[in-house]
Structure formats: structure tokens, C-alpha cells
Write a protein that binds this ligand. Structure first.
Ligand code: MGD
Ligand code: MGD
Ligand code: SF4
Ligand code: MO
Length: 691
């Protein structure tokens, strides 16, 4: 019997800037194909390879179907099936007990953006934990340092329509691997290139984006601010700046000019490893182009100096007045579709507004040392046992016998293995939700197109039910998903949302935020009356240098340093092409395409250490160690090693877990951001490779 095929519209829920519109082929209750929505103005019928494998993720034989309770030692992954009733009863009892014995602060919610839907991740869940009085979580793991840095210069998060980047004539792709992480940006830039644009990539590794670009400029990790200051030195020295624009629209030009004098190209060459000639040429080409665009990635801000680095890069377009032009300026993220967070999350429900907040990157320390102690941990929509820094501490925390851990998940992830209770989650194809992009300017609604498998519950349903069980009667706990979508889009502080007709959005599934209230310049740049801060009082108030500067990393080296004998290599661990953080890493075809967890090392270093291609190598520092397989390649500089992807624990040679065993849990200079890439390590050949 042939089953009839139908096509349904959906939206990609993953933590990816592109937030694609999807066309989903259904054969009965099965999703058999996922492709790009041809009518979506940004997706334009094309999606990434990994999401074409979504049918295998949704119908994966390992999907969690029932609530389960731990029966073996923590971390061993042995569970027995229980009912939802038993699970809810246990959570309620444990939470009430924790609140009585140590106060509600001893309960820690831990979530990130495994699903970007606002109904399921960013409303009912937040309301529940606020009303409970649980510890608050600062969600810092991804982009906060860079966003804070951008705002220090520009006054707001970002204000460029990426569809305009087809008009850019000169583009610097700076510190991101956009071919893998923002493919539709690359589609727009392909068009720009057809119209004559020249495209430069600045990165520490010859990644896919560097290969695609017209020119690749390779530098040492964490030295980007020095490179930008060197370019600005040349622009000032050679009179390549748009002085009328600068006088009218910036603050601090005089002191800024003095500062950039301290960065002549020869000095910058010594720090970055980029030749003085290249710096001069780059500065001249950049200054001559109109419009020019800097697309700022996330990679360069995962460093101790990440905030200052992005703040410094964000000064560049002002020097030649690029903000005047369509397709000119700098793009970090789009802040134009900000939804009404207060209304969604209801911080006013907190019984005690002074309840403690913890920075999510300190999870290990918080589980091991906090006072009052964390007695209950509730993890959803993230996989901290694999993605959080200083993993050995995180695991020790998760192993605490007196910690009650709940994990709501689609799969038995590295984190779920440590749970006392595992709860099955729906996939986004099973829910109604609202999605906004942090890059393009469309908001989208996706409707459920299949039934949840087994007894899977959405986050929304879970937290709504838990609120009821805890006796929370505030009316907001009865809001239906559609009501939450309306609340999100009713936001008096964001004029760009005002033109959105929610009924129309519910029917058509897509709407664009309205930029007419916010013309190109200067209103779209800064708060009214505010200017571009070449000199920043806010930086000064934050205890930082008010002028752009290069701050060397506290751990590791730039091109000037002699090798540190104990940990001579800088380790960078960026995302890979086929996974989305750890999501999709359990799909065999994608895993096969990525091969295995590798360590890229320069031939010069490999020879010095007696390492050959495919040798097992032990990477170590004072935080931990990790066993990887060597790939000897000139894609990395001497002194820098790279391991891509966030792999599941079992994919490592020794089954002992991943790269985050090595990464520090320090905070970046701004926003409390994560500094994954400021990691110094030693590397040695693993002699007893019997694993
Ligand atoms: N395929 C795929 N797509 C993804 C993800 C994924 O895991 N896989 N993750 C998603 C998420 S959550 C995010 S935040 C985005 C991130 O996407 P991007 O904004 O592209 O940022 P990263 O991929 O973190 O950037 C990593 C790049 O930064 C480089 N880098 C590291 N340190 C430095 C430095 O000091 N200077 C310079 N110039 N470059 C440096 C690395 O070599 C690497 O090429 O991608 C999203 N999209
Ligand atoms: N070394 C190193 N570490 C990094 C990075 C790096 O570049 N290098 N990148 C960092 C960055 S930028 C980020 S954003 C973080 C990302 O880290 P995470 O946010 O933890 O991302 P994922 O690993 O994709 O885990 C998301 C989980 O959510 C689950 N999930 C999906 N939808 C739902 C749902 O509706 N409900 C529930 N309950 N669960 C759901 C998925 O199955 C998946 O297991 O990792 C960070 N860690
Ligand atoms: S992961 Fe990104 S590029 Fe791939 S389908 Fe989703 S939104 Fe589009
Ligand atoms: Mo991220």
C-alpha cells in the first residue's frame, strides 16, 4: 500500500543564525524528507546537509520515550521505566524538600538553546523557576562577550539587514567559519562576489570559509584587536579616514588617534604573525572600498579579551563612514527582533529578587562548592557534560551522591547519563512555537506536524504541569502557546515589531520585522543622541581601557612569546560542519563524514614531537586530558592545535570524554562570557595506544 505524501511547513529550531524555513515531507506519521522552503526569502530552498538528516533524528531508535529513574551508579546510564505520575511526584517532593531544608536557591535550572522556540524555551520554563525562587542562571556560554563589546562601541547589539550584504564590495569574514555556521550569509556573499566584491577571511585556522575566500589572513589566537589597531594605524597615518563623518558621529577621535599610533604594522606583525606589508595592504584596500562589511564571528570572542576584541573591530567601519551605505558596516548579530522578555519570563514572580545568580560556565564549581549547596539540578535543552568548560569538575559535580539531577531530553546524552530522573522531550516538529533569528530579520511560527512519540512532553507542557503540581496559581501559568506568541511580539520598547500582524503571522508562518521606523543612519546605530564610542565611558566604568587596545591572553602565547615549556600550544576547539554543537552527533552518517575527534597540528611541531598522521595523541593541561588522533596539516600555525566538533563521549578513543576537559572556566573581559579558545596545552604521542 502506498502512503500519500504531504508537504508541511516548519522552521529549523537549532541554535544557528540562519533559522531556516523548512519543507517537510510526511508519509503518514513519518517524516521522510526535509528540505529548504523555496519561498523563504533567506532560505531560498537551500538548507545545510546536517538538517537534511532530521528525519533520522526525529525517528531515531534511541529517542527517549518514557520517564526513567536511575537504578545503577551515577553516570552508568542504567535506568528503569516509570510513569509520568511517579516522575512528577518525585520532582515536586524533592523540590519542596530542598526549599524547606536549604531554601529554593538550592535548586538550579540549567538550560541553553538546543531548541530556539520561545514558547518552549524562554517563557513557561523561566516563569516556573522564577516563581519557585530557584537560583537564576546567566546564560553566557555562547556570544555575550562579543555582543557586549559590540554594544560598547555602537550602543546597540546590531542593526544590519543581512539581505543588504549582497551590496557589499569588500567583506572581511572575521573569526567565524561561516560556510559551516551561517551558510546563507555565504549565499548572499556569493551574490556580492558576482557583483565584484572581494572577500577576505581572518582566522587562526584555514577553515572552509578561508578556502572559499579570495584571501586568507592567518593570525595567532586572541590577537585580532592588534590586527585591527594596526589597520587603523595605517588608515590614520595615511589620511584614509572620513573625517566629517567621524567628527559628526563619534566620540573620542583625538584620543583614539593617539592610541592607534601605538600600533605600527611592524609591532603588530610581531604579535599577530601577519606581515606588516599585508597589514598595510589590507588597511588600504579596506579604506578604499565602499560599501565594506565586517562579518564578526563568534570564534574570536571565545577568549579572555573577546569583549575588547569585538569592541575594537566595531570601530573600523566608523573610520570610513561605512554606516552610511546599504551593505556597509559591521554585523555581529541582529538585535532588531528583540521580543518582550519581561512579559515572557516574568522575573517579577521571584519571591526574593535578590536571589543569587550563577554564571553557567562555572557549573563545575557551583555544583562542588556553592553555599547554599545546589541540591537539585534541572537540565533541559543543553548538554553540559559535553559542552561546558572544565569538564572534569562538571562531571565530579554530577557524580555527587547528594545531588538530585533531572534531565529533560530527546536522547540519552552524556549529561542524561548522570541523571536521577530522565524525562522524554518532544522534537520541535511536535510543538507550536515562535522562532526569531539572531541574524536575519524574519520571525516565524511552526505548527506541530507529527504526534509526540511514546510519552514525550514538550518543555512547555512539562513546566506548565510542574507549576500546577507546585500549586502555582498565577494566571500566566495557564497561558496557551498562541497567547505566549502574542505576548512575545507585543513589545513597546521595540518599534521594529510594531508592524507585525500576529494573525497574519499565525496564518502565513512568517513576517519580517519592520525597519521603516529605523532608517539606515544614524537612528539604527545607537540610542537617540548617542554616538559611536571610539572612546567609551562605559568601558571605563566596567574597569576596562576606555580606548581600543590589544590585551594579551593570560594563558598561552601570541607570536612574540617564547614557548611555555609546560603547555606550549594554544588549543582551539571550534564547531564542526556536520554537527550542531553535540546535537546531530549521534547520527551515524554524519558521524562517519566527520570521522573521529582529531587534533590538527603543524608538520613542524609534529616532527619535533615525533608525531605522524593518525597517531593517537594525548593533549593535556592542569585541568585535564583528552586522547585524540593526530592530523598533521599546514592548516594551522606552528604552536596552535585545533580539534573541531563537540563529540559525544563514546566517540573518543578512550571513551573518556572530550575536548572540554581542557578548557578554562574563566570569564571573558565583558559579559561573563566563555573563553573556550584561550586554552594552553601540551601534546605528546600516546605510546600505549591499546584503546
Ligand atoms: N555546522 C555547525 N554550525 C553551527 C554550530 C555548529 O556546532 N556546527 N554552532 C552554532 C553556534 S551555537 C554558534 S555560536 C555559531 C558559531 O559560529 P561562528 O560565528 O562561525 O563561530 P565559531 O564557529 O565558534 O568560530 C570558530 C572559528 O573561529 C576561529 N578562531 C578561534 N579563535 C580565533 C581568534 O582568536 N581569532 C580569529 N580571527 N579566529 C579565531 C576558529 O579557528 C574557527 O574557524 O555557529 C552555529 N552554527
Ligand atoms: N570546546 C567548545 N565548547 C563549546 C563551544 C565550542 O565552540 N568549543 N561552543 C559553545 C557554544 S557557542 C554553545 S552555544 C554551547 C552549546 O551547547 P548546547 O546548548 O548544550 O548545545 P547541544 O550540544 O546542541 O545540546 C542541546 C541539547 O538540547 C536537546 N534538545 C533539543 N530540543 C529540545 C527540547 O525541545 N527540549 C529539551 N528538553 N531538550 C531539547 C538536544 O537533544 C541536545 O542534546 O556549547 C559551547 N561549548
Ligand atoms: S542548522 Fe542552520 S543552516 Fe541548517 S537548516 Fe538549520 S537554520 Fe538552516
Ligand atoms: Mo553558540
Amino acid at each position: 500500500m502506498t502512503v500519500e505524501k504531504t508537504i508541511a511547513r516548519s522552521v529549523c529550531p537549532l541554535d544557528c543564525p540562519d533559522t531556516c524555513g523548512l519543507h517537510v515531507t510526511l508519509e503518514g506519521e513519518r517524516i521522510t524528507r526535509v528540505t529548504g522552503d523555496p519561498d523563504h526569502p533567506v532560505t531560498r530552498g537551500t538548507i545545510c546537509h546536517k538538517v537534511r538528516h532530521f528525519p533520522a533524528r526525529v525517528h531515531h531508535p534511541d529517542r527517549l520515550l518514557y520517564p526513567m529513574k536511575r537504578i545503577g551508579p551515577k553516570g552508568e546510564g542504567q535506568f528503569k521505566r516509570i510513569t509520568w505520575e511517579e516522575a512528577l511526584e518525585e520532582i515536586t517532593r524533592r523540590f519542596q524538600g530542598a526549599a524547606r531544608s536549604h531554601g529554593p536557591e538550592s535548586i538550579l535550572p540549567y538550560s541553553y538553546y538546543g531548541n530556539m522556540g520561545i514558547v518552549n524555551n524562554g517563557s513557561m520554563d523561566r516563569r516556573f523557576f522564577h516563581r519557585l525562587g530557584a537560583t537564576r542562571l546567566k546564560r553566557t556560554i555562547c556570544n555575550v562577550a562579543g555582543n557586549a563589546g559590540f554594544e560598547m562601541t555602537m550602543g546597540l547589539k546590531g542593526a544590519l539587514d543581512p539581505e543588504d550584504t549582497i551590496h557589499s564590495r569588500y567583506v572581511i569574514l572575521w573569526g567565524g567559519d561561516f560556510v559551516s555556521t551561517n551558510m546563507h550569509q555565504m549565499m548572499f556573499l556569493s551574490e556580492a562576489r558576482k557583483r565584484g566584491a572581494r572577500i577576505i577571511a581572518v582566522d587562526v585556522r584555514r577553515n572552509r570559509t578561508a578556502r572559499w575566500a579570495d584571501e586568507f589572513i592567518q593570525l595567532y589566537p586572541g590577537t585580532d584587536a592588534a590586527l585591527a589597531l594596526g589597520m587603523m594605524h595605517v588608515m590614520v597615518e595615511e589620511g584614509l579616514t572620513d573625517d566629517p563623518f567621524i567628527r559628526e558621529n563619534t566620540i573620542g577621535w583625538e584620543s583614539f588617534r593617539e592610541r592607534v599610533r601605538e600600533y605600527p604594522p611592524e609591532a603588530v606583525q610581531r604579535v599577530t604573525g601577519v606581515s606588516a606589508d599585508t597589514i598595510r595592504r589590507l588597511a588600504r584596500e579596506y579604506a578604499a572600498a565602499e560599501p565594506s562589511l565586517i562579518r564578526i564571528g563568534n570564534g574570536l570572542q571565545h577568549h579572555d579579551n573577546g569583549g575588547m576584541t569585538v569592541r575594537t573591530l566595531a570601530c573600523l567601519p566608523a573610520l570610513t563612514g561605512q554606516w552610511k551605505y546599504r551593505g556597509g558596516g559591521a554585523l555581529k548579530e541582529n538585535g532588531l527582533s528583540a521580543v518582550n522578555k519581561e512579559r515572557l519570563e516574568r522575573p517579577d514572580l521571584l519571591p526574593d529578587p535578590s536571589v543569587r545568580s550563577v554564571n553557567m560556565i562555572h557549573l563545575g564549581d557551583v555544583l562542588l562548592d556553592a553555599t547554599p549547596p545546589v541540591t537539585c539540578l534541572f537540565v533541559y535543552t543543553t548538554n553540559p557534560a559535553a559542552v561546558a568548560p572544565s569538564q572534569e569538575k562538571v562531571i565530579r559535580g554530577l557524580l555527587r551522591e547528594d545531588l538530585f539531577t533531572v534531565v529533560h531530553e530527546l536522547f540519552l546524552t552524556d549529561t542524561a547519563r548522570y541523571a536521577d530522573l530522565v524525562l522524554p522531550a518532544t522534537s520541535h516538529f511536535e510543538n507550536l512555537d515562535l522562532y526569531k533569528s539572531y541574524w536575519h530579520l524574519y520571525v516565524q511560527v511552526a505548527r506541530p506536524i507529527i504526534q509526540p512519540p511514546g510519552e514525550a512532553w514538550s518543555n512547555y507542557r512539562l513546566f506548565r504541569t510542574l507549576a500546577e503540581r507546585m500549586g502555582f496559581t498565577d494566571p500566566c501559568f495557564s497561558d496557551e502557546p498562541e497567547e505566549i506568541i502574542r505576548q512575545a511580539l507585543t513589545h513597546p520598547d521595540n518599534p521594529c515589531l510594531q508592524g507585525i500582524d500576529v494573525d497574519d503571522l499565525m496564518e502565513k508562518g512568517i513576517a519580517k520585522v519592520d525597519l521603516s521606523s529605523s532608517p539606515l543612519f544614524p537612528e539604527r546605530l545607537a540610542h537617540p543622541g548617542e554616538k559611536i564610542a571610539l572612546y567609551s565611558e562605559r568601558m571605563k566604568r566596567a574597569g576596562l581601557d576606555p580606548l581600543p587596545s590589544y590585551q594579551p591572553l593570560p594563558e598561552g602565547k601570541d607570536a612574540t612569546d617564547p614557548l611555555d615549556a609546560a603547555h606550549p600550544f594554544m588549543l582551539i576547539s571550534p564547531p564542526n560542519h556536520q554537527f550542531l554543537n553535540t546535537s546531530m552527533g549521534n547520527l551515524p552518517p554524519l558521524r562517519r563524514m566527520e570521522g573521529q575527534p582529531l587534533l590538527e597540528i603543524h608538520p613542524y611541531d609534529a616532527a619535533a614531537l615525533g608525531i605522524e598522521d593518525e597517531n593517537p595523541v594525548r593533549v593535556k593541561n592542569e585541568r585535564g586530558s583528552c586522547l585524540l588522533t593526530a592530523r598533521v596539516t599546514e592548516d594551522v600555525l606552528p604552536g596552535v592545535v585545533v580539534s573541531t566538533g563537540l563529540w559525544w563521549r563514546d566517540n573518543h578513543l578512550d571513551g573518556h570524554g572530550g575536548i572540554n576537559r581542557l578548557t578554562p572556566d574563566r570569564e571573558a573581559d565583558l559579559g561573563g562570557g566563555a573563553v573556550f579558545f584561550s586554552t594552553a596545552v601540551s601534546v605528546e604521542k600516546e605510546e600505549k595506544a591499546d584503546c
